[in-house]
Design a binder for this molecule. Structure first.
Ligand code: SF4
Length: 414
């Protein structure tokens, strides 16, 4: 293999890491300032952003240790049979790069993943060693997110959690049959077994720290996972069901949804076209409805169409409200928080403000309008002291009245 400079390796391994959505910003158009025109670029790889538990946005060096891989997952650009340029860092090189970027104030942490080189255990050892060098030799206190390998020895995954702030294990596909077909070297039971052990370690060591001041921390920012959307036949209902099961069983902090994008040198078993990016967005919205708005997975599924997929032209909360109009209108001056959270167009902050404001005065439509981006979307579903929607809630053409115009949708459908 040709000897590569650090910069060449960085280019290859930062680019190879961009397909992992666990801390990605996606969906924007490609722009750059090559040729001296303008300033900035949306195409550069290598630095991504994540949110700390206190809400701070932190920038992370996002790279792979190597893009060599002995597995052959069809959807992955780094799979064994892919014809991409390969490179490999040593743990020491990644640690040195992290510290160098950190000292220059480019980053505040590291997101490290890897292809499987030699064996799962060998690769996991290398990932752990990188984190060990950073934590023990450099006393690095910045954020570390390690992707862990479910097939590796549980003791190695445990060590990863002792060094990392967050660990993640990708479930990859929403259904077992999809995983078997597209990632033949992976096993759903093994993935869930590894997630279960991480959950136990998190709970156990959190509990130990309450009793013993010096008990070690274990992945204090929790664990997360990623699912690829649109590479197999799984519907949004399948995906929502899988995600809610994962949150419930493994106490995940986040499930990330990554719209499958055709990769260079793609396998013939993959679809030729990517799903619309708005589908990924609708799944994130449904995820928020389950985590912050009190929706049950079954209710999200009710918002889906007969094909099991969420509508693309309207958000899932509006889709649910239009199907269950008998639940509306709700009186913003009297309704419980749970009912207000179901009103399309009212976010958690708006609901919180309504609950505070109505303690002091009776709210009018104008008061609600100041708390939302579009009062037109809210009006059919609420009652205030000076407003009743009367027949508006039941109008047959309400959906078309509230759906954004097609031209607006294009903004998101890159
Ligand atoms: S294990 Fe699968 S998804 Fe991960 S790098 Fe290898 S081929 Fe890609």
């Amino acid at each position: 293999m040709a000897t590569r400079t650090t910069l060449e390796k960085l280019q290859i391994l930062a680019d190879a890491a961009k397909y992992d959505a666990s801390c990605a910003s996606s969906g924007t158009a490609k722009k750059n300032s090559l040729g001296g025109k303008g300033i900035g670029s949306t195409e550069g790889m290598g630095i991504c952003h994540a949110y700390a538990p206190d809400g701070r946005c932190i920038s992370l060096l996002k790279i792979l240790l190597t893009n060599h891989c002995v597995f052959d997952c069809h959807y992955c650009v780094n799979r064994k049979s892919s014809n991409v340029e390969r490179a490999r860092f040593t743990p020491q090189e990644v640690a040195d790069l992290t510290i160098a970027f950190y000292k220059r104030n480019y980053i505040e942490g590291l997101f490290l993943s890897s292809g499987i080189v030699k064996s799962s255990n060998h690769t996991m050892e290398q990932l752990v060693e990188t984190a060990r060098i950073l934590r023990e030799e450099h006393d690095f206190r910045g954020y570390i997110h390690l992707k862990t390998i479910p097939e590796a020895d549980p003791e190695l995954v445990h060590q990863a959690g002792l060094y990392a702030d967050r660990v993640s294990i990708n479930v990859e596909l929403p259904t077992d049959s999809g995983l078997t077909r597209l990632a033949p070297d992976k096993n759903a039971r093994q993935i869930e077994g590894a997630m279960g052990r991480v959950k136990s370690d998190i709970v156990e060591l959190k509990d130990a720290r309450k009793r013993f001041k010096h008990a070690p921390r274990f992945a204090p920012a929790g664990q997360s996972t990623q699912m690829i959307v649109g590479a197999d036949a799984a519907t949004d209902s399948d995906i929502v069901g899988k995600a809610s099961g994962l949150y419930k069983s493994f106490g995940l902090r986040r499930v990330y949804y990554s719209a499958f994008s055709p990769i260079p040198d793609a396998s013939a078993v993959l679809p030729l076209k990517r799903p619309p990016l708005i589908r990924e967005h609708r799944l994130y919205q449904s995820d928020w409805l389950m985590r912050f708005y009190g929706f049950k997975p079954g209710e999200i599924v009710q918002a889906a169409g007969a094909d099991g997929n969420l509508p693309l032209d309207i958000d899932p909360k509006l889709a649910w409200a239009l199907k269950f109009r008998e639940t509306f209108p709700v009186d913003v001056n009297r309704a419980a928080k749970e009912q207000l959270l179901r009103v399309p167009g009212l976010g958690t902050t708006a609901v919180k403000r309504i609950l505070i404001a109505r303690r002091h005065r009776t709210l009018r439509l104008d008061d609600v309008a100041k708390l939302t981006q579009s009062i037109a979307k809210v009006r059919p579903f609420i009652v205030t002291c000076d407003w009743r929607p009367t027949f508006l809630t039941d109008r047959a053409d309400l959906r078309s009245m509230l759906a954004p115009k097609a031209e607006q949708l294009e903004l998101f459908a890159a």
